[in-house]
Design a protein around this ligand. Sequence first.
Ligand SMILES: Nc1ncnc2c1ncn2[C@@H]1O[C@H](COP(=O)(O)OP(=O)(O)OP(=O)(O)O)[C@@H](O)[C@H]1O
Ligand code: SF4
Ligand SMILES: [Mg+2]
Length: 331
Amino acid sequence: MVILDIKNLTLEIESNGVLIKALDKVSLTIQENEIRALVGESGSGKSLIVRAISGALPPQWIVTADRLTWRGENLLTMTRAQRQAIMRRDIAVIFQDPMAALDPSARLKEQLLESVPDEFIEGRYSWERKRSRMKIAEQILHRVGINEVASCINKYPHELSLDICQKFMIAMALISQPTLLIADDPTRGMETNIKKQILALLTHLNKTRELSILFVGHDLLAISAMAHSMTVLYCGQTVESGKMKALRKRPLHPYTKALMDSAPSFSPDLQPKSMLVALEGTIPTLQHLPIGCRLGPRCPRATKECVQVPMERTINEHKYRCHHPLHLQVI
Ligand SMILES: Nc1ncnc2c1ncn2[C@@H]1O[C@H](COP(=O)(O)OP(=O)(O)OP(=O)(O)O)[C@@H](O)[C@H]1O
Ligand code: SF4
Ligand SMILES: [Mg+2]
């Protein structure tokens, strides 16, 4: 069953008096118990999608969509209070920069205890409720792999390492037992072992707690090991999405293919010391967007048709937007 359904989400932001489509008809769905990866180069709009889902955008930005629903309820038309209730109860978000997301002026203990929902706390008297709150906090810290609870819980964020802060963020996100966790690049800047631990933890939570996850990231190898499905974004446009296995086996969009070819671990036939394939050029800035398919200036298959935005096409569950997909000849 689909829990989050996004169809043709467009986000317009003002730059020098002109409205620019930072997100242009983005579509994405998340099923119950699914891990979906959202990938794309830096600046492609991944964090904007996360913020649009969570409603954390400046009020002057214009968000429109054919559908932006949580379990069938329209997130765009519901009241602010209804949306906040969903974000508190059902959807938890780990934003990209853990240090910035934590309050620098409060000890981690205060921040964590504050996020324990009142309905989970047991006891009649205040001392009982305080003890219950602390017990829940300690349990969640153990679950995310923080064992030296006593030594770090009384510290401020700047006194701890990035990975401990990130684990705290994950603990705070999970404490309300959400149905969906949105993790925006949760392992950025971390060393390999810590990365592995966090990915293993998320996979474990998906399996044992039936937690659905929208995992935003760059590391294709790690993503392909954990995600069931993947959505590929380029410059604010979703270019391809489908089951992980199908995308790995046969990408249909030139950008997805280039992304996979540029990851050495994705090319098992690659000879040692051979050059990695990469698209020429860089992702355009929002102020210099090409018309039509935004990959046009960098795409080896582009023709004059590509000045029109391609429609979404579907083969089984595999969706792509391209006038000249890889399974067809360019005429
Ligand atoms: N507050 C803002 N004001 C204006 N433009 C913004 C703002 N935030 C993001 N952008 C622009 O929107 C585009 C998408 O940014 P976003 O942060 O979503 O990229 P991203 O895919 O998350 O990149 P990364 O992988 O580096 O995190 C970029 O061109 C960025 O410059
Ligand atoms: S062939 Fe055209 S539509 Fe397809 S990715 Fe290239 S530029 Fe875009
Ligand atoms: Mg980002």
